[in-house]
Design a protein around this ligand. Structure first.
Ligand code: COA
Length: 329
């Protein structure tokens, strides 16, 4: 069985920026409250011509360029998103066509903020099964399209962006994918969702008037679950592989709230220099946070070949997961 490794990374964020001060002109909030309660200072927002597939294609092209391969060499494309261009066809199909990834198959994966992590696990297993040699996992979300900019409890949190990892077999069994723990708990569905637009509540004048096509969240419920679950899964995964938190070079968590991340790191006993935080610049980009944070960690010289890296996420569903990799480039 080959080991799966991450061999390239690409990212895209739209250039437009929405700052906390901008938001304070739209809803009753202020920069000090947002920074203290979330750690977020600004987020990138796509202009109306840009949809999720556009950002996904840009991130994918950067990853392919970094690896120096053609899209036609891809075996599969997984697009993790809760903001597809449309419900069907899948965004993966749109991306495949735009890239010219002739012969690839693929699908969209809906796991909200844990989406990229679930995509990584799926991609790693396709490669380690020996049936796929090049799988592109893309996390892309245009959250600004489903955020209610009159709701101060959610509009401060989210931003737009995309990131992609290429997964390939490794020649060296000591590097690449080590293992994961993933869990879903649908009892949390009521606390974070977008009520309308599906088969339960199709679009109508009423759903629009009631603003049901936007993200609805009970922030404190989600917060409490995230703090508990992120630590629990990281701790369990490390134990499962006979590792200690001190063996981890970097924790790259989903970027939802600085307080969730700090609580996880503290309970694991990880010092701040071992934890990647970049949500001050991007906010919560849902499926794109982990590749964006990984890119920044590489750019800052904090992530190098051979490092043990722990990815972790919690999101709507609830969905949750942790994934361990030995960084391979
Ligand atoms: N600006 C100013 N005040 C705000 C505010 C804002 N943007 N949003 C809420 N408040 C107010 C509330 O109305 C409340 O006022 P009250 O005490 O007068 O009723 C007070 O601040 C505290 O609200 P609360 O909801 O308890 O704040 P909080 O500390 O839980 O922070 C979140 C709110 C949304 C930042 C926090 O709950 C959170 O981050 N939750 C997790 C969200 C998340 O990660 N979601 C994605 C999942 S991956």
């Amino acid at each position: 069985m080959p080991t799966a490794k991450i061999s390239a990374l690409g990212c895209f964020v739209p250039p437009g920026i929405l700052t906390n001060d901008d938001l304070s002109k739209m809803v009753e909030t202020n920069d000090a409250w947002i920074v203290e309660r979330t750690g977020i200072r600004e987020r990138h927002i796509a202009t109306k011509e840009i949809a999720t597939s556009d950002m996904a294609v840009a991130a994918a092209r950067e990853a392919l360029g970094q690896r120096g391969i053609e899209a036609s060499e891809l075996d599969a494309i997984i697009v993790c998103t809760v903001t597809p261009d449309m419900l069907f066809p899948s965004t993966a199909c749109l991306v495949q066509n735009r890239l010219g990834a002739v012969g690839a198959w693929g699908f969209d994966l809906v796991a909200a903020c844990s989406g990229f992590l679930y995509g990584l696990t799926t991609g790693a297993h396709l490669v380690s099964a020996g049936t796929h040699r090049k799988v592109l996992v893309i996390g892309a979300d245009t959250m600004s399209r489903i955020i209610d900019y009159t709701d101060r409890g959610t509009c401060i949190l989210f931003g737009d962006g995309a990131g992609a990892f290429l997964i390939e077999p490794s020649e060296n069994p000591a590097e690449g994918f080590i293992g994961h723990i993933s869990e879903i708990d649908g009892s949390g569905a009521q606390f974070l969702n977008m009520p309308a637009g599906g088969s339960r509540l199709p679009a109508s004048a009423e759903t629009v008037a009631k603003r049901l096509h936007y993200v609805k969240q009970e922030g404190q419920q989600v917060f409490k679950f995230a703090v508990r679950k992120m630590y629990e899964l990281c701790d369990n995964l490390l134990k499962k592989h006979g590792l200690k938190p001190s063996d981890v070079k970097l924790l790259i968590p989903h970027q939802a709230n600085k307080r969730i991340i700090s609580a996880t790191a503290e309970r694991l006993g990880l010092p701040p220099e071992k934890v990647v935080l970049n949500l001050d610049k991007y906010g919560n980009t849902t499926a794109a946070t982990i590749p964006l944070a990984t890119r920044d960690a590489i750019a800052d010289g904090r992530l190098k070949k051979g490092d043990l890296v722990l990815f972790a996420a919690v999101g709507a569903g609830y969905t949750a997961g942790a994934s361990l990799w030995r960084w391979a480039y």
